[in-house]
Design a protein around this ligand. Sequence first.
Ligand code: NAD
Ligand code: WQD
Length: 338
Amino acid sequence: MRVLVTGGAGYIGSHTTLALLEQGHEVLVVDDLSNSSPESLRRVGELAGREPGFVEANVRDEQALDAAFASFRPEAVIHFAGWKAVGESTQIPLTYYRENLGSTFTLLEAMGRHDCHTIVFSSSATVYGELSEPPFREDAPTGATNPYGRTKHMVEQVLADVSASDPELRVGVLRYFNPIGAHASGRIGEDPKGIPNNLLPFVAQVATGRREKLMVFGDDYPTPDGTGTRDYIHVVDLAAGHLAALDYLGSHDGHHVWNLGTGRPASVLEIVKAYQEASGVAIPYEVVARRPGDVASSFADPSLAEQELGWRAERSIADACADTFRWQSENPNGFAGA
Ligand code: NAD
Ligand code: WQD
């Protein structure tokens, strides 16, 4: 199948592009490199034995998108492109609305003009917020508590409305829980700019000495050890979930929502311990105040994806820590050192 992948040079997009190539699909990546490096795609090409096509453009660029659709004629789109830092989204909300909503509008319109009727969208478990208790099922109430989350929630609504208006359109909304890990080769992985916002990249930089210690945001949550619990899912499992969704949409009409998670919550201290074991390095940490906006616990009920897609997460947190450690030690400056 010919698959146009927006944001394919990024963390999850690069792992998914590799999985698509490995399964024999043709891939064209559209990415403006605002949060990624072309080196990730070069390495994806090296691992797969063939390069994905690449157009450096913003997905909001209608002309660039039209040219890409006209020449590549994609049968499906996976839409990863988006800005994703919760804290930053409260500082520059307009940028988040412009990029995350605008790119989706331009993309859906281009799909309409070019006879492409299948889209898989990167949504987030953040849409469950604190509206109900985990494990979250796809039919749990959704909303958002920050501009980033609102863009995901709004795009989900846009996709539902457009799908209702167009019986030909096939939509797969994937709600990711907490993606971690890297490809087992150590060649591609998460390469955050500046100070990492997320737990595992931060822990990984403490282990290599780039950061002094981890700040644990609160140990007074109603969880087994008092630290927040999350559903950490290996990025290679997550990538496989996209292929399963595309496969399903090949033979099913309509609009579908699936959680991609493991269903198993892990605490901050469990992650620290797992990373220490994987790396052999002690991770100094200090417990500080709760981070505003954090929930105590978030994890999936992943049974719908298992039933409908035949997909489930196979890799453990220990695997993810070992893979992140390999990626981080072999690429201490991420793709910049290449
Ligand atoms: P990432 O930043 O590594 O990848 C996003 C890619 O999109 C980058 O390569 C960036 O350059 C590109 N991009 C951003 N806006 C663009 C635009 N308008 N036009 C063209 N390219 C653009 O992020 P990621 O972690 O790989 O996340 C991928 C998607 O998954 C995002 O939509 C994100 O919101 C969503 N998501 C991520 C997580 C997570 O924790 N990583 C969790 C849930 C959902
Ligand atoms: C995980 C746990 C923190 C950093 C975010 C987004 C969400 C989704 C995934 C995109 C929490 C604790 C963290 C640190 C810590 N992204 N922590 N010290 O907040 O679950 O989700 O990323 O869609 O929308 O909100 O992930 O990795 O930031 O935090 O103690 O330095 O680690 O409090 O319990 P989160 P995270």
